[in-house]
Design a protein around this ligand. Structure first.
Ligand SMILES: [Ca+2]
Length: 173
């Protein structure tokens, strides 16, 4: 009798559990406005001034062509294969004509096992204004493994200074 008396409670619990499980793995969003990185991100490429948000942003192009990178092992982003990375950031050319790339790479040590880029020249024609970059990397299955390090960053192609602020990456499976 005890078993029958507990059955409705058990069924209710299972229904509640089943209904509360998401149908899809939630997207994985990483974002920064660089306002809280000052003093913690030990990189000379941080700059204080008129940011897109607040006072802090990063720069690339004069003494180092690469901006600081988003950098994380693929397995720590998701246990499932990553199929898409949607990047939104704001960039501002200090000098024109600036030219740049948005880079996505998956590295093993110092070697890139997968590497793609997006042209940024179209965002960098006018001096002094912040421009929103919205780019999506579609990633074929098997492009990299869970132990590879995912890096996403801005590269200045012609040594002109580019400012970068409000950087976000949304990964999905
Ligand atoms: Ca900022």
């Amino acid at each position: 009798m005890k078993m029958f008396s507990r059955t409705p409670v058990f069924v209710f619990f299972m229904l509640f559990w089943a209904c509360s499980q998401p149908n899809e793995v939630p997207e994985m969003l990483f974002q920064t406005d660089f306002e809280s990185e000052a003093g913690w991100l030990t990189d000379d490429r941080m700059e204080k001034g008129d940011g897109h948000s607040g006072s802090w942003y990063i720069r690339t192009g004069d003494f180092v062509p690469y901006s600081p990178a988003f950098q994380l092992k693929a397995a720590l982003i998701s246990q499932r294969p990553i199929r898409k990375a949607e990047v939104v950031c704001w960039i501002r050319p200090k000098d024109v004509p600036a030219d740049g790339h948005l880079i996505f790479s998956a590295d093993a040590g110092t070697t890139s096992v997968y590497w793609k880029h997006k042209e940024l020249a179209g965002y960098l024609k006018e001096r002094g204004g912040w421009n929103e970059v919205t780019e999506t990397f579609e990633i074929p299955d098997g492009s990299f493994g869970p132990d590879n390090i995912i890096k996403i960053y801005v590269l200045s192609k012609n040594n002109k200074v580019i400012h970068v602020d409000d950087f976000s990456v949304r990964f999905s499976n």
